[in-house]
Ligand binder design. Structure first.
Ligand code: HEC
Length: 169
């Protein structure tokens, strides 16, 4: 046999050997696409908070203005303590905590947090345009930053709808 043919046979054999290992002996890498949790009946508070967090740091564009931690000269209240801040404000206003949180999101101009300008856009209108379900998730996440989470889905939708009616949609 010529040297070239022998070489080809060796190469093919080695190739086949590694193909065999790859196919049958190595554990197959499974792909696990992240499970998408929908905001629907049966969702847990933890899942709701996680979705809310993703919206705040993503499509909600909240971080354009809000810093994560308190800093000097910040344009908007820090997210990491916003639950505690709103709980205090709700007490001062003498209104339910949940109502204050929803109002802060859909009618931010109605109560402007002390020391800040009235520049926050309502989150249910363009350009942010969150759905009611998303607003409930965001509200639960905000509460989880320094206060007790009392907002749940779908129970709290009713409160949001009342706030929307009261503030003119
Ligand atoms: C254009 C800048 C801007 C964007 C974008 C913005 N905010 Fe604000 N936000 C502010 C400012 C300024 C304040 C303080 C004045 C006020 O209360 O309206 C505020 C206040 C708030 C309050 C009330 C805090 C309190 O103590 O009552 C909440 C809650 C809030 N923002 C959440 C959000 C969330 C959630 C998003 C994203 C979906 C968002 N904001 C996007 C500027 C912004």
């Amino acid at each position: 046999m010529s040297g070239v043919i022998r070489l080809v046979i060796v190469v093919l054999a080695i190739n086949g050997f590694f193909t065999y290992i790859g196919l049958f002996l190595l554990p197959q890498a499974e792909s696990h696409p992240p499970k998408e949790v929908k905001i629907e009946e049966g969702i847990t508070v933890e899942e709701l908070i996680e979705i809310g967090k993703n919206i705040v740091f993503g499509k909600g564009q909240c971080m354009v203005c809000h810093p994560v931690k308190e800093e000097t000269g910040m344009r908007a209240p820090a997210i990491s303590t916003i639950g505690a801040l709103m709980e205090r404000e709700a007490k001062e206003r003498g209104i339910p905590f949940e109502e204050h949180v929803f109002e802060a999101l859909v009618a931010p101009g109605n109560y402007v947090s002390e020391g800040f300008a009235n520049i926050m856009p309502p989150v249910h209108k363009p350009p942010i345009g969150l759905t009611k379900e998303e607003i409930v998730a965001v509200a639960a996440y905000l509460q989880s930053n320094g206060s007790k989470v009392t907002i749940t889905f779908p129970e709290s939708l009713k409160i949001l709808e009342e706030v929307l009616k009261k503030t003119g949609g």
